[in-house]
Design a protein around this ligand. Structure first.
Ligand SMILES: NC(=O)c1ccc[n+]([C@@H]2O[C@H](COP(=O)([O-])OP(=O)(O)OC[C@H]3O[C@@H](n4cnc5c(N)ncnc54)[C@H](OP(=O)(O)O)[C@@H]3O)[C@@H](O)[C@H]2O)c1
Length: 250
């Protein structure tokens, strides 16, 4: 395995770093740089740079790493939608590749597909109103969560719902819970996704790192779904230690 630099020393950055170390990868974790910018030479030495920092740091972090010669990224940070076009253009100019997803857990990837299918069926049948509730720890920076935004994006292709309608709970230490409701005339369907710890996010980040290193990929930003599609197609799960339950918690 190659070397990885994880940008971000919060619960997620620590979980990803612990999972990589557990399988023997060379990994370095960097928190917020004292002068606001990382050293491009240091970042350029990594085979993969993982961003698990803050929304307002993503574009600068990626561009600094690109300036140092880094060419593969996993962007785990959420809430940086405003900079997506800028980052995508920078990556393409440099011929570099990123996997980006606000939720890198495999269960979440399956959940999002179930939500899409439920929306399609409910939309076809008619009479169902969608709702989304998300609950995270009090200190989570963005609201609603990136996962909730993605849920709304998938629901809204079939049903009337806007991101402003997401109900947000911030309390305690919850690593992430999302409930999607479909309210019909006489019954309610609920789909619920609950993260018990951050090991699922970390395992997904490792799967994305491996995907980046397994083959040459087209320059630009790739959704995590492409990683998941490849895992499903190859039946790789059983053989991938990163996707077994890991001890990495926040
Ligand atoms: N994709 C996924 O599966 C997934 C799962 C969970 C969370 N997330 C998202 O991932 C991000 C990180 O999660 P978290 O829970 O660890 O958040 P967090 O508690 O806010 O931690 C982020 C850490 O990054 C540091 N940081 C700020 N600027 C930085 C920079 N330029 N370079 C490196 N580090 C920097 C922060 O330092 P300061 O405190 O000094 O700012 C903080 O210690 C959040 O956006 C979160 O929503 C994604």
């Amino acid at each position: 395995m190659g070397s990885t630099i994880v940008l971000g020393d919060g619960p997620l950055g620590r979980a990803i770093t612990a999972t990589l170390r557990e399988r023997g990868d060379a990994v370095e974790m960097c928190g917020r740089p004292a002068d606001g910018q990382h050293d491009p030479v240091v970042l350029g030495r990594a085979d993969v740079v993982v961003d698990a920092s803050r929304a307002d740091a993503v574009a600068t972090n990626i561009e600094t790493a690109l300036a140092g010669g880094a060419h593969a990224f996993v962007i785990a940070t959420s809430g940086w939608q405003a900079d997506v076009d800028r980052v995508a253009a920078s990556l393409r100019r440099a011929g570099a590749v990123a996997v980006a997803a606000p939720n890198l857990a495999l269960g979440a990837a399956l959940f999002l597909r179930l939500v899409g299918e439920a929306a399609r069926l409910a939309g076809a049948l008619g009479g169902f109103e969608p709702s989304v509730l998300e609950w995270h720890r009090r200190t989570k920076a963005d609201r609603p969560s990136g996962t909730a935004r993605e849920i709304v994006r998938r629901l809204s292709t079939e049903l009337p719902i806007d991101v402003d309608e997401v109900a947000v709970l911030r309390s305690g230490s919850m690593p992430g819970m999302h409930i999607v409701g479909l309210d019909g005339p006489s019954e309610t369907i609920e789909l619920r996704l609950t993260a018990r710890d951050r090991s699922g996010y970390a395992a997904g980040a490792v799967a994305a790192i491996d995907w980046l290193q397994r083959a040459d990929r087209v320059a630009g930003i790739h959704p995590f779904d492409e990683v998941v599609d490849e895992l499903i197609a190859s039946g790789r799960r059983a053989a991938t230690p990163a996707l077994q339950p890991a001890g990495a918690t926040a």
